[in-house]
Design a protein around this ligand. Structure first.
Ligand SMILES: NC(=O)c1ccc[n+]([C@@H]2O[C@H](COP(=O)([O-])OP(=O)(O)OC[C@H]3O[C@@H](n4cnc5c(N)ncnc54)[C@H](OP(=O)(O)O)[C@@H]3O)[C@@H](O)[C@H]2O)c1
Length: 326
C-alpha cells in the first residue's frame, strides 16, 4: 500500500512572507501556494517590484485575487543572517510554518561548493536549533532547478553542477528515507516538467515576460559573448587598451562571483583570485572559463598566485592576446 500524499492547503486569510518571492524558485512557490488556497503574500527582496517581470507577476496574481505586498529591503544577507533575522522577528508569532530553502548539496557535498554548502548546512543546523526551542521549522532541500531561478540563466553554475554530478535527472524524488536527516529536514526535487510548463504559460501570457526570456537565453552564452566582444576589442588596438582591460576585468569579476555564489560587489579586482576563497578545485572550474571566455590557457598555479591581482590577470590576458594578434 502506498501512503496517500498529503494535500497542501493554505489559509486564505493569512499573509505568508516569502523572501525572494518575485523571481526564480520563489515565484514558483507563490504560484503553487496560491493554487492551494493562499491569497495574501508579503515578499521581501532587495529590488522589490523594480523589474518589469516582477510587476507582471504581481499584476497577473492580482487578476486571480491574490495580493502581493512587496517589501524592498536588504540586510537580510540571505542564508545565515537572513535566517537569524527572520527567526528573531517572528520568534513570538504564532506561525503556520517557517521553511528555509536549502539544496541537496549538504547531501552530495560537491567539492567546489564549499561556501554555498556551508550556508545550507547552517540552515539545516539552525532548523534543528529552532526545533529544540520547540518552534516550527523545516528546510526544503531542492535539487538543481535549471528551469527557474538564477541557475536558468547561469551556464557557469549549471556546468559546474553537472561536472560535480549534482545535476540529478530532475525527474526523480529523493525520499526521506534516503536523506540522512530527521523530519526537520526534507530532501526533494521539484517537478521540472510542471515548472517548465508554468514558465511557458507565463511567457505566452505576457510580452514583457517573453522579452525577458529572450534575455535569459542570451545569458546562457555569456562566456561565448564575452569571447566575441574580447576578440573585437583586441582588434581595436593599443589605443583602446583601457576599455579592453575593463571588459576583461569585469568578465573575471562576474565569473569569480558566479563560481563562488557571491555578489559581484564582493569581488575586489585589486586582490588575488585566491583572496576571495577560490581553492584549487574551484580554480579548475575557473580555468575552463578563462579558456572559453578569453581563449587563455591559465595555469592553476598562476590563477591561485596570491601576488597576482585580478587586475594583473586581466592585463596579462589582454597583453598576451594583443601580442599574438599583431
Ligand atoms: N535554483 C535552484 O536550482 C535551487 C536549488 C536548490 C535550492 N535553491 C534555493 O532556492 C532559493 C531561491 O533560489 P533561486 O534559484 O530562485 O534564486 P534567485 O533566482 O537568485 O532568486 C533569489 C531571490 O532572493 C532575493 N534575494 C537575494 N538576496 C537577498 C537579500 N539579501 N535580501 C532580500 N532578498 C534577497 C532576490 O531578489 P533581489 O535580488 O531583488 O534581492 C531574488 O528574488 C535559494 O535559497 C536557493 O539556495 C535553489
Amino acid at each position: 500500500m502506498m501512503p496517500a500524499t498529503p494535500a497542501a492547503r493554505f489559509d486564505p486569510e493569512a499573509c505568508y512572507s516569502i523572501t525572494g518571492g518575485l523571481s526564480g524558485v520563489g515565484r514558483f512557490l507563490i504560484r503553487w501556494m496560491s493554487d492551494h488556497g493562499a491569497q495574501h503574500f508579503m515578499v521581501l527582496s532587495r529590488r522589490g517590484t523594480g523589474s518589469p517581470r516582477a510587476q507582471t507577476f504581481v499584476k497577473t496574481l492580482a487578476t486571480h485575487g491574490v495580493t502581493v505586498q512587496p517589501v524592498a529591503c536588504d540586510g537580510l544577507a540571505a542564508k545565515v543572517l537572513g535566517a537569524i533575522n527572520l527567526h528573531a522577528a517572528t520568534y513570538s508569532l504564532p506561525l503556520d510554518f517557517f521553511v528555509m530553502t536549502t539544496s541537496v548539496e549538504p547531501v552530495f557535498a560537491p567539492a567546489t561548493q564549499s561556501a554555498y554548502t556551508a550556508g545550507k548546512n547552517f540552515q539545516d543546523d539552525f532548523a534543528r536549533y529552532r526545533r529544540r526551542l520547540g518552534l516550527l521549522v523545516s528546510t526544503a532541500s531542492f535539487g538543481l532547478a535549471s528551469d527557474v531561478g538564477h541557475l536558468s540563466t547561469d551556464s557557469t553554475a549549471v556546468d559546474l553542477f553537472a561536472r560535480n554530478k549534482v545535476d540529478d535527472d530532475r525527474t526523480s524524488w529523493i525520499s526521506q528515507q534516503q536523506a540522512p536527516m530527521s523530519a526537520v529536514n526534507f530532501v526533494t526535487c521539484m517537478d521540472p516538467a510542471a515548472m517548465a510548463a508554468r514558465k511557458r504559460e507565463e511567457a505566452e501570457a505576457d510580452d514583457a515576460d517573453t522579452m525577458q526570456n529572450a534575455a535569459d537565453q542570451g545569458g546562457k552564452s555569456a562566456a561565448t559573448r564575452l569571447r566575441r566582444e574580447f576578440n573585437e576589442a583586441i582588434k581595436t588596438g593599443p589605443g583602446e587598451r583601457a576599455k579592453t582591460l575593463a571588459l576583461v576585468t569585469g568578465g573575471i569579476i562576474t565569473a569569480v562571483a558566479e563560481v563562488l555564489f557571491i555578489e559581484e560587489s564582493g569581488v575586489n579586482p585589486g586582490k588575488a583570485v585566491a583572496d576571495h576563497g577560490v581553492n584549487s578545485l574551484i580554480a579548475a572550474e575557473l580555468r575552463n572559463w578563462f579558456h572559453v571566455a578569453l581563449g587563455f590557457n591559465m595555469t592553476i598555479l598562476y590563477l591561485l598566485d596570491a601576488h597576482t591581482s585580478i587586475n594583473a590577470l586581466a592585463a596579462k590576458i589582454v597583453d598576451a592576446a594583443a601580442a599574438s594578434s599583431s
